[in-house]
Design a protein around this ligand. Structure first.
Ligand code: ATP
Ligand code: MG
Length: 384
């Protein structure tokens, strides 16, 4: 008898002919997540199992963060011996209160009892040993699952996991990562769909402090825990902001700045083999996130811009941030570069012609090139 984790996976079931590919990726990703803890990963009967880890609890916590996994069930694997199975089930039910139900499944048809018979016998033995419990077959408080396969697997609880699609099945994208609440959530939502994400951060030293940069690196580290690390490209942005501030109408400042961010992010994205950009914009949240401002920003982007938060309220975004673990870092009070140069009266419906006219006063290409020349990188993982 030994402890194992039985992993339930979701959407990969739906992938038709690509199913073997998705599954292989998923198993590889689980393996990468648990290997440092000594866990062994194997597949049998279209299920993924983890075993032989000295700290199964820590293993379960890691597997919960593997995209593609829907649920993690701590289970007991044992011989297909009815007496031993009944005893084990009775033991597992000891701490329970309320109602329960035994759900038996017999995949190994050579086992002499069928599912109904198993449920009856095991249910009876559990009750006998735990007379404080009652059976409710419709809405039980607890479900005791007994599966007869190559071995017998018994499980009682399921811990919810992150869901989504296996990392690496959806291509690569570049996240515009600020130090705020929204962009880490946007990155997470796209990562969840199997996309490998790198980040670009625009840094306005000395208008924003070294600690603001560290905060962004910490956010990348947290996001990287779901993906085996994250690479951040840090772009010096002060020169561009000063030029815009000095030479362009104040009300257009934010959208002009956003257009520079897009141009630079796209260049880095292409060099890294990314097929899309990601931002944390949400429609109407601030002046630069009106439909007109977004259109003006998109006009300079030569690749798709994913905005997974476009229809979410701030509260909904905050909930996700708390759940994925970025919220506490995002609310640390270091300013990001946008707040320093925010115009007092931003234009909410910028016209493309006005933006182009304003940009004619700047050496756009020269500024972009200079910023790209100054890019440094931060890796959220340690090379082994
Ligand atoms: P966030 O909470 O993500 O900072 P926000 O509500 O503060 O978003 P804005 O400051 O208008 O919104 O930024 C909109 C989006 O532009 C951000 O979600 C992010 O994708 C990108 N962005 C803004 N500032 C930066 C920056 N300094 N570096 C990289 N991307 C940025
Ligand atoms: Mg921001």
């Amino acid at each position: 008898m030994r402890d194992v984790l039985l992993l339930r996976f979701g959407e990969v079931h739906l992938k038709g002919l690509n199913r073997p590919y998705f599954l292989r990726k998923l198993v590889d990703n689980v393996r990468r997540a648990v290997e440092p803890l000594g866990g062994r990963v194997w597949m049998s009967d279209s299920r993924i199992y983890v075993s032989d880890c000295p700290d199964m609890e820590a293993c379960a916590q890691r597997v919960r963060r593997v995209f593609g996994i829907l649920g993690v069930c701590p289970a007991v694997e044992m011989e297909k011996d009815l007496e031993a199975i009944c005893k084990q089930c009775a033991r597992m039910a000891e701490g329970l209160t309320g109602t329960f139900k035994v759900i038996a499944r017999r995949s190994d048809k050579s086992f002499p009892l069928d599912s109904m018979e198993l449920q009856k016998i095991i249910g009876g033995r559990v009750l006998e040993a735990n007379p404080h419990l009652t059976v409710d077959v419709h809405r039980p408080d607890h479900k005791l699952n007994v599966e007869i396969r190559d071995h017998c697997y018994i499980r009682l609880h399921e811990v919810e996991a992150v869901g989504g699609l296996p990392m690496g099945t959806g291509g690569k994208a570049m996240l515009l990562l600020s130090g705020g609440i929204d962009s880490p959530v946007a990155g997470f939502q796209v990562m969840k769909r199997g996309v490998r994400v790198q980040a670009v951060h625009f840094f306005s030293f000395p208008y924003t402090s070294e600690r603001a940069r560290e905060k962004v690196c910490e956010l990348a580290r947290i996001l990287g825990e779901y993906a085996g690390g994250m690479l951040v490209h840090i772009v010096p942005f002060t020169e561009i902001q000063l030029e815009i501030h000095e030479k362009c109408p104040d009300g257009l400042g934010t959208v002009l700045m956003r257009r520079f961010m897009m141009r630079i992010a796209e260049r880095i994205a292409r060099a890294q083999g990314c097929g899309a950009l990601i931002t944390g914009e949400s429609l109407g949240q601030v002046a630069s996130q009106t439909m007109e401002a977004i259109a003006a920003t998109d006009a300079v982007a030569g690749m798709p811009v994913f905005r997974p938060l476009i229809g979410l309220d701030k509260l909904e975004i905050t909930d996700i941030a708390a759940r994925i673990g970025t919220y506490e870092t995002s609310i640390l009070p270091y300013e990001d570069c946008c707040t320093v140069f925010t115009p007092r009266h931003p234009v909410t419906k910028p016209r493309l012609a006005d933006l182009v006219k304003a940009e004619a006063r700047l050496d756009v290409e020269g500024l972009v090139e200079a910023a790209l020349d100054g890019v440094t990188q931060y890796k959220s993982w340690e090379d082994s």
